[in-house]
Design a protein around this ligand. Structure first.
Ligand code: PGA
Length: 255
């Protein structure tokens, strides 16, 4: 059974050289001593994975990757395979982040293949879904979210753990999150649509639903609750160790 304590995932995106990543990772480890109430995952850029694996080994911080290729191996210049990530000690993989859907034109089929590959190799996918501002204005929000969930998880029937991050695209990196009640309503919608795909038991025990989009220490506690939102995915506010630790602390104080 999945441990459903709150999870805080830092996505460093295309920031930090290996030297900078090592420094931040060490500061996080130092600041988290004795932390056991919150699960923490850090997702650096691929070149830093090996160095961070060493820093996070024997700590309670897990190592995540920001992406994986959708084929297992072969002639795909510049791509990184799931087996390579596994060998580097990665336990979580972000799949379908909106920045990849937009900048790398990732399709629903590719995202679905990635989720399947991650699960097949025993790792935890962090499937990101969320609407763009225009889609919201056009009244398409619910349809977009439900489609991304259904297509992302098509054909998938069993897994040890799955995380779905609801991230409204238009608040990512903006410094202002959406209202917590709205996030809760959209995540409840995801939870509801999962019932068509999986058993109640699988949803309850093996899936965590989280929120992402301008989360920081001042708003994190409003999002995470025991019922609907099980954690957060953090971009900008995860880049400075102190700020990232502040989020974990704010959550702890709230529990
Ligand atoms: P942000 O990024 O916290 O900077 O909004 C979140 C994300 O992209 O996952």
């Amino acid at each position: 059974m999945v441990n459903k304590k709150p999870i805080v995932i830092g996505n460093w995106k295309m920031n930090k050289t290996v030297a900078e990543a090592k420094k931040s990772a060490q500061a996080i480890v130092n600041g988290l001593k004795d932390e056991s109430q919150t699960e923490v995952v850090v997702c650096p850029a691929h070149p830093s994975l090996d160095a961070l694996r060493k820093i996070f080994s024997k700590t309670n911080v897990s190592l995540g990757a920001q992406n994986v290729f959708w084929k297992a191996e072969g002639s795909y210049t510049g791509e990184v395979s799931i087996k390579m990530l596994l060998e580097l000690g990665v336990t979580h993989v972000i799949v379908g982040h909106s920045e990849r859907r937009i900048n790398a034109h990732e399709t629903l089929e590719e995202i679905n293949q990635k989720v399947q590959l991650v699960i097949d190799h025993g790792l935890v996918p962090i499937l990101c879904v969320g609407e763009k501002f225009e889609e919201r204005q056009e009244g398409q929000k619910d349809v977009v979210i439900m489609k991304q969930v259904a297509e992302g998880l098509r054909g998938i029937d069993s897994f040890r753990e799955l995380i779905i991050a609801y991230e409204p695209v238009w608040v990512i990196g903006r410094g202002e999150a959406i209202d917590a009640e709205e996030a809760r309503a959209n995540i409840a919608l995801i939870s509801y649509s999962l019932r068509d795909m999986f058993s109640w038991q699988l949803i309850e025990e093996n899936i965590r639903l989280i929120y992402g989009g301008s989360v920081d220490a001042s708003n994190v506690a409003s999002f995470v609750d025991e019922e609907t939102i099980h954690g957060v995915l953090v971009g900008n506010a995860s880049l400075e160790a102190e700020k990232f630790l502040g989020i974990i602390k704010a959550l702890k104080t709230h529990q």
